[in-house]
Write a new protein. Sequence first.
Length: 231
Amino acid sequence: MVKQERAARTRRSLVLAAAEVFAEEGYAAASLGTVSGRAGVSTGALHFHFSSKRALAEAVEATALLGLRRITGQVAAGPGSSIQKLVDSLHALAEGLSGDFVVRSGFRLHHEDGSGHQGALWREWWRWIERTLRSAQDDGELAAGVNVHDAAAAVVAATAGFQVLGGADAWWLSECWVTRFWQMMLPVLVGPDAAPGMRCSSPAPYRPRTRAAGPAAGEGLADDRRSVTDR
């Protein structure tokens, strides 16, 4: 049991270290030696758990997917109309992309050659946006003539732009800019009469973790990395 627990800690530590390195250097430039050194384990231990850099990237994306689901789950459980939750979810994701390198790395991997697992995070985000918009439509919140699929595509495309541009300039992921985006977008979605009643700014803010999301995703990974020396 002790051996199994240590192996699990080592694996989680490697995923966290890989997320850091991928977020800082990108998938192509990142080396397994850098990842193992950051995790404080041998390269042999890394290869015991992950057969390739691609396998490690897929594990990072799977962990980031849990983080994304935590973000949308918190918003879904909160107050407000469906449209308000749509607004709040983009603010929360922008904060996650700014402050949680696991989430940031997971989304970045989709754009890197040879990495990522078929864009799982982007598919999840698209489904959340479209589902929320359909709920808004069912509740009579959308303006006449708004196409849910087209509106979802526009929000997802904007998110991709924020994510890519935010890698070079954090302003693109700022609360100020996301607010301005919704100030432009909401009158189209809900109509000019309803838009003034909507809040475009961030709610009492979601605070993204800088570690992996939740026990299943690697709770206590920082401690793991300090204590593990081998597999």
